[in-house]
Design a protein around this ligand. Structure first.
Ligand code: 3PG
Length: 211
């Protein structure tokens, strides 16, 4: 199974904003205990890169990716830190180039047909739909998937346990990204038991919906 298929099999992706890289090992334990073996650690905080490095080195079974990758330099930095995949809020051709060079999956954000065309013209068809709830949610993804039948989406932005089922029901959605699973405040407060609970709830929901 390749990296994208593993992400699809999991069905949920915790989007992580971490303030202290020393929390990365305990976070990985909490995620794994709840059945979540992947994490998108955003480069939004100063600790992001070091957290990616720590988690990917100490937990080789975890699929650790970098999120909020906005430049080619950040992509290279994230890949050097051990990222298995790269996520960005928009489609960035320079990031796409770096990822292609290092053979690392790139999941760029799109919301419009034109942006999907841009990604496709770079040979990328596993995309992120962001910010999902603000741009019409599952209804918009369903409409986009009619002409773009070979495109797969990972919606993020505003996804909660209350609306995740609407997304997971669509066959064109390979995974749902969300920050609630490993909320920033929970990591800061070291409430890892709650993170494990949320992971388990999300994983259970994926199982129920996909059968
Ligand atoms: C992202 O970067 O994908 C989003 O910030 C996650 O959105 P959420 O915080 O609404 O889950």
């Amino acid at each position: 199974m390749n990296i994208l298929e593993k992400i699809e099999q999991l069905g949920v992706m915790p989007v992580i904003v971490i303030d202290n890289a020393d929390d990365a090992p305990a976070l990985a334990e909490a995620l794994l205990a709840g059945g979540v073996y992947a994490a998108e650690i955003t480069m939004r905080t100063a600790a992001g890169r070091a957290a990616i490095e720590k988690m990917s080195k100490e937990y080789p079974d975890m699929l650790v990716g970098a999120g909020t990758v906005l430049t080619a330099e950040a992509a290279l930095d994230a890949i050097n830190a051990g990222s298995s995949f790269i996520v960005s809020p928009g489609f960035n051709p320079a990031v796409a180039e770096v990822c292609a060079k290092y053979n690392i999956p790139y999941l760029p954000g799109v919301v419009t047909p034109t942006e999907i065309d841009m990604a496709l013209s770079h040979g990328i068809n596993w995309l992120k739909f962001f910010p999902a709830e603000s741009f019409g949610g599952a209804k918009t993804i369903k409409a986009l998937s009619a002409p773009y039948s070979d495109v797969k989406f990972m919606p993020t932005g505003g996804i909660t346990l209350d609306n995740i089922a609407d997304y997971l029901k669509l066959p064109c959605i390979y995974c749902c990204g969300a920050s609630f699973i490993a909320e920033r405040a929970l990591i800061r407060e070291h409430n890892f038991a709650e993170i494990t609970r949320r992971c388990a709830d999300a994983v259970e929901l994926v199982k129920q919906i996909r059968g």
